[in-house]
Every structure is written in C-alpha cells, then in structure tokens.
Design a binder for this molecule. Structure first.
Ligand code: UT7
Length: 329
C-alpha cells in the first residue's frame, strides 16, 4: 500500500523567445547562453495568467479521473497571480474540486519536490479523507511560474535564464501499489542571500520611510551553482542509501532544469549516461517550481517509461532547499 503518481501534465505559454531576441535587450549572445546554460529558448506568457497555465497542466494530469476523489491541491510557486486567494484555492474553484483542501507552498525551485513530499505524507496518513472505505484518495500537485514578471529584464545574469510554464501530477493512495519508495528534503541556510526576490510594500501612516526591498529575482550564479551540484549529490545519495537502490537501477532521472552543466555534473558524479536524464531546458529555460513536473510530463508521455521503471526526481533552489523522490512508474 502506498502512493503512486498516476497522471502528469504540462502547459506552456504560446510565445517562445529565442536567445537572439534577448541579445537585442541586454549585452549577451546566443552562443554564450547555450555554452554556459544549455538554453536556446524559453516561453514567456503574454496573455496567459499563472492560473491559466496551472489549470491547463492540471487538466492534462487529471484526464478522466473522478474529480470528487481529489482530497488535496498543493500549488508550488514563487510567482502567483495574486497573494490571496492562494493559487491552489483558485485551481480548486476553477476545476470544481469540491472535496479538496488547497494551499500554496514556496520552496522556490524545489517546490514540486516539497509539494509531492507533503502530499504523499498527507494522503498516506488519511489526512485528506483517505481510508479503506473513503474514495477521496488522490492529490493534485502543481508547479507553476511566471518568472517573466519577477525577473529584472536589464540584468543579463538572470533574465536569460528563466521562463514561464506549469507542470502537474496526480498522486493516488491505494492498498495495491506503492509507487513512491523513498524521499528526502533538506533546507540549508542561505547565509549570504545568494538567491532572493523581494516584495514591494506601501508606506504606512506610522513610518517615515518606505521599506525598500529588491523586487527582482537576484542570484549569485556561481555560488548557487556550487550549492546545486553539492545538494543534488547529497539528496540523491540519501534516497538511494535509504531505499537500497543503486544509481544504475534508476531508469530515469528528472532533475530541476537550471543549467545543463549542473545536469551533466550530476550524471558524471553518479556515473550515469546523460541519456538517462530528462532534459528540456533547451526549450524552456529554468521555470523554477514548474521545471521538474514539466520535464516529468515529457518523460511520461515519451512512450519510453514501462510499468515498474524506477524514476528519480530531484530539485534544488532558493531557501536554500533541495530534495529528491524515488518512485516506480
Ligand atoms: O533554479 C535555481 C537554481 N539556480 C541555479 O542553479 C543557477 C546556477 N548558476 C548558473 O547556472 C550559472 O552560474 C549562470 C548560468 C547563472 C552563470 O554562468 P557562470 O559560468 O557561472 O558565469 P559567471 O556568472 O561566473 O560569469 C562569467 C562571465 C562574467 O564576465 P567576466 O566578469 O568574466 O568578464 C559575466 O559578467 O560571463 C559574464 N556574463 C555574461 N556574458 C554574456 C554573465 N551573464 C552573461 C550573459 N551573456 N548573459
């Protein structure tokens, strides 16, 4: 008995922006971006709201699933359309998920891992209506971002990296199958504030000064890069050790799509062929919490995955945060 991922889906904004277009905006060039990141283009929302993307990805993951069986909706995001209501509450309303508890979660690029980790624990432990007799035994986990709205379009160090999109998965608790066999999440203190995004607050009648906060996504790239390669290794090793599964036994890896060089480093450190790693960064850029579920949706719809294949999803990002989940298809 346990929790299995039974559906996945993704949604991208219509507009795809190539590197060459960004070279018209900031001092950069196509080859630098490809060499240093692996990114060739990314999708940027023009008319699509985060809610549109989230709902579209969720519908694909849900397919024909009975909507009354969904007891939980978690949306991982750092770029919601609004702060209140939560994106999860909006998704619940839009999709008429009348039995669902709904909330958002922010662990930046690790958001989908933390969301899946949370959802597994809640539905497994009967916190969202599951029991042997109760049919409310499923959860919807979504990662959605419109990073184009929080990126500094004058900063070449960040604006070339990020994109918009959404990915989603449906989790099911059942007596018959245990899909998720291991998971681990970890927070590391960001003592140097190497990855931040502030907010704009209004001045109150009780203060003389406006609280100045950087509204843009800011990143010390090389420092985050070093964290990323170390954190990936740590969380993946922990899950492999805990489950007694070897790196070779994992059929596919679905890493956060932050930088092709990070993915290659992970493949080298675990002595795995790069072909086992699902990569879509070339067409999406880094879409924070949406990166992993979008890549997972690509893998699951590729026709490659067979029932019982072991798949590891792994993320890292702001917080700092990291985590990995091992499951069987
Ligand atoms: O999703 C959350 C987690 N995020 C990540 O994991 C991102 C991790 N970091 C990275 O992926 C990389 O650090 C970046 C892709 C962000 C940057 O690559 P890098 O190889 O670490 O470059 P750098 O920041 O060390 O910059 C190298 C040079 C600098 O010039 P100088 O000082 O050597 O003259 C930069 O000013 O490249 C310059 N540079 C650029 N040049 C052309 C920085 N950005 C650009 C650019 N185009 N867009």
């Amino acid at each position: 008995m346990g929790v299995t991922i039974i559906g996945t889906g993704k949604a991208l904004p219509e507009l795809s922006v190539k590197n060459e277009k960004l070279a018209e905006l900031v001092e950069t060039d196509n080859q630098w971006i490809i060499d240093r990141t692996g990114i060739e283009s990314r999708h940027i929302s023009v008319n699509e709201k985060a809610l549109d993307l989230a709902v579209s990805a969720a519908k694909k993951a849900l397919g024909e699933i009975d909507l009354d069986s969904i007891g939980l909706v978690i949306v991982a995001t750092v770029s919601p359309d609004v702060l209140v209501p939560s994106m999860a509450a909006l998704v619940k309303r839009e999709l008429h998920l009348s039995n669902a508890v709904a909330f958002d979660l922010n662990t930046a690029c690790s958001g989908f891992i933390y969301g899946t980790w949370t959802a597994e624990a809640l539905i497994k432990n009967g916190m969202c209506g599951n029991s042997n007799t109760n049919k409310i035994n499923r959860a919807l986990v979504i990662g959605v971002e419109r990073l184009s709205r929080i990126v500094n379009w004058e900063d070449r160090g960040t604006c070339i990296l990020f994109g918009d999109g959404a990915g989603s998965a449906v989790l099911e608790y059942s007596q018959e199958k245990t899909g998720i066999i291991g998971s681990y999440v970890k927070n590391y203190d960001d003592v140097t504030d190497c990855l931040t995004c502030g907010m704009q607050y209004i001045k109150t009648p009780f203060t003389n000064e406006i609280e100045h906060s950087d509204m843009f996504l800011k990143m010390n790239g090389p420092q985050v890069f070093k964290f990323a390669v170390t954190a990936i290794e740590e969380v993946m090793n922990k899950v492999l050790t805990d489950t007694g599964v070897s790196a070779d036994e994992v059929k596919y890896y679905v890493p956060h799509q932050a930088n092709m060089r990070i993915i290659k480093t992970a493949a080298q450190r675990f002595k795995q062929p790069l072909e086992k790693f699902q990569v879509n960064i070339q067409n999406t850029g880094n879409v924070s919490a949406a990166s992993i579920p979008m890549a997972l949706a690509d893998l699951m719809s590729s026709g490659k995955v067979k029932s019982g294949d072991k798949i590891m999803i792994v993320g890292f990002g702001g917080g700092l945060s990291a985590g990995a989940i091992l499951f069987e298809a």
